[in-house]
Design a protein around this ligand. Structure first.
Ligand SMILES: NC(=O)c1ccc[n+]([C@@H]2O[C@H](COP(=O)([O-])OP(=O)(O)OC[C@H]3O[C@@H](n4cnc5c(N)ncnc54)[C@H](OP(=O)(O)O)[C@@H]3O)[C@@H](O)[C@H]2O)c1
Length: 453
């Protein structure tokens, strides 16, 4: 290019480095770009997409030099997932008279199922009676069988009855559960085991009794509690953890298996009865609309997922208390930086409660924290307060980022040229320490702010 346009200066930009060092900036840029694609202001380069399952064909296509532009291997199918069930198969839902069980039963019928078997220990509960009635009015044969899934003989009888008098079993949805919450030291073994039984023994019996049958799917309804834990739900967490492990065992055996760790569902089911949504307030966790349960289930059945947690999370609220949980290890750097940012939001309060002579070191720490984030330095790195920002490797973009970060955390307006005029930590801290803060609590700070800028 330089030969064609010698009048132009070219700068290489290492985007990978930008993404690693300034994830927020990269995210903002990506979002803006995506908007432009959605508004069709930008058009993708010529490309051919292959699903991940067809990766070999993609490489062959490239080898044969048939392509123009890029070859993309996509994790997701472009086609909207659409599950078509077998009219001549039977679908078994354990817990089929419960809230989620009936919701899914109706959906299976809408997807083409003509034979359903719904299993529970007792009959339908009043809150689910209407849902069952409207299901029975549909074009489907429904068998309601009473059985305790944790009792091998009882569930074996269900499987036997299907084999004797229904079309072949093609799909299983295990949607049973009982709750018996309590702090671990308050739980007797009986109370603990009552929760384990339907999930652990029930799932195991279903697995053992059906593993020789050619099923299209075997779905276990697990809960967010097994991946996040929950106060008072050690038994529920343990029970669901068994389901989480069983799907991998089945997959290793070449059997179909999907485990979904649902968060609390709206409108139907146990979470509504127990008013769980009110307990989630302020924890950064939301609830899943019933319709979304079905859409997600369909998507997961179509994309051959193994275990998926479906939990609406507001990361800005959720990150702080959970940042250190091992489950989030892959997200940790983002969560920790989010959580640290949350911590620094309180810098205003810290300044309010600090003696004037302590303000400069506090501000220096605060500036160093954000500076090391931006420069990708370790939080313990020693920063020379007299060294120029630009000598440290900052540029105009990163200087705007530092100014924005400080502006947000200190909740004040800072001039766009701040870092150019106060080009070292020492000068910047000096400027910030002399700023005439609006907060009444900070008015005891020296009011000698000079219009440096
Ligand atoms: N609803 C939610 O927000 C939510 C969130 C996360 C996970 N989940 C999971 O999704 C599944 C369904 O939840 P749901 O809200 O639909 O609960 P639900 O309305 O209480 O339904 C559970 C059903 O399981 C049946 N059951 C319990 N123990 C059984 C046993 N030993 N043998 C046979 N049936 C048994 C119950 O009927 P009987 O008592 O008559 O036997 C009940 O109808 C559970 O696994 C639950 O952990 C639900």
């Amino acid at each position: 290019m330089a030969q064609v346009r010698p009048d132009v200066v070219y700068f290489p930009v290492d985007l990978m480095q930008v993404v690693q060092e300034q994830p927020t900036l990269a995210q903002e840029i990506l979002q803006k770009l995506m908007q432009q694609f959605e508004q069709q202001k930008l058009k993708p380069l010529p490309h051919t997409v292959f699903p991940l399952t067809d990766a070999i064909a993609a490489f062959r296509y490239m080898q044969q030099a048939k392509h123009t532009g890029k070859i993309v291997i996509s994790q997701f199918s472009n086609a909207a997932p659409s599950l078509q069930l077998n009219e001549t198969g039977t679908y078994l839902i354990t817990g089929g008279l419960g809230g989620l069980g009936l919701l899914v039963a109706r959906w299976l019928v809408e997807k083409g199922a003509k034979h359903l078997v719904l299993v529970g220990r007792r009959g339908v509960k009043p809150e689910n009676a209407q849902a069952l009635k409207s299901l029975q009015a549909m074009d489907v044969k429904i068998k309601i069988l009473q059985a305790d899934v944790s009792q091998e003989a009882e569930i074996a009888q269900v499987i036997h009855e299907i084999a004797q008098s229904s079309p072949p079993l093609r799909g299983v949805i295990h949607s049973v559960g009982v709750l018996e919450d309590g702090l671990t030291q308050e739980l007797s073994w009986e109370r603990f085991a009552r929760v384990l039984a339907p999930k652990v023994e029930g799932a195991w019996h279903l697995h053992s009794l059906t593993k020789g049958q050619p099923l299209d799917f075997f779905v276990l309804f697990s809960a967010a509690a097994s991946i996040l834990g929950n106060i008072g739900q050690s038994n529920h967490s343990a029970a669901n953890t068994f389901l989480d492990a069983l799907v991998y065992e089945r997959r290793a055996m070449g059997l179909p298996a999907l485990c979904i760790n649902w968060g609390a569902v709206d409108e139907v089911g146990a979470a509504v009865k127990l008013n769980i949504s009110s307990r989630l307030v302020g924890r950064g966790i939301g609830t899943i609309p019933a319709q979304a349960v079905l859409e997600i289930l369909e998507e997961l059945l179509s994309d051959r997922s193994v275990q998926v947690g479906v939990i609406p999370i507001d990361w800005s609220q959720f990150g702080k208390p959970w940042a250190n949980a091992p489950f989030f290890s892959l997200l940790q750097s983002n969560l920790v930086s989010q959580s640290s940012q949350d911590d620094t939001l309180s810098i205003r309060q810290q300044l309010e409660n600090t003696a004037p002579e302590e303000v400069p070191p506090l501000l220096a720490n605060h500036v160093n924290f954000h500076l090391s984030k931006i420069l990708g330095l370790s939080p313990t790195a020693i920063i020379n307060p007299q060294q120029g920002f630009f000598d440290m490797g900052m540029d105009s973009l990163t200087s705007v980022e530092l100014r924005n970060r400080l502006q947000r955390s200190l909740e004040c307006d800072l001039p766009p040229t701040l870092l150019f005029k106060c080009a070292t930590v020492a000068k910047l801290v000096d400027y910030l320490a002399q700023t005439s803060w609006d907060s009444p609590c900070l008015q005891r700070l020296p009011q000698c702010h000079q219009q440096l800028l």
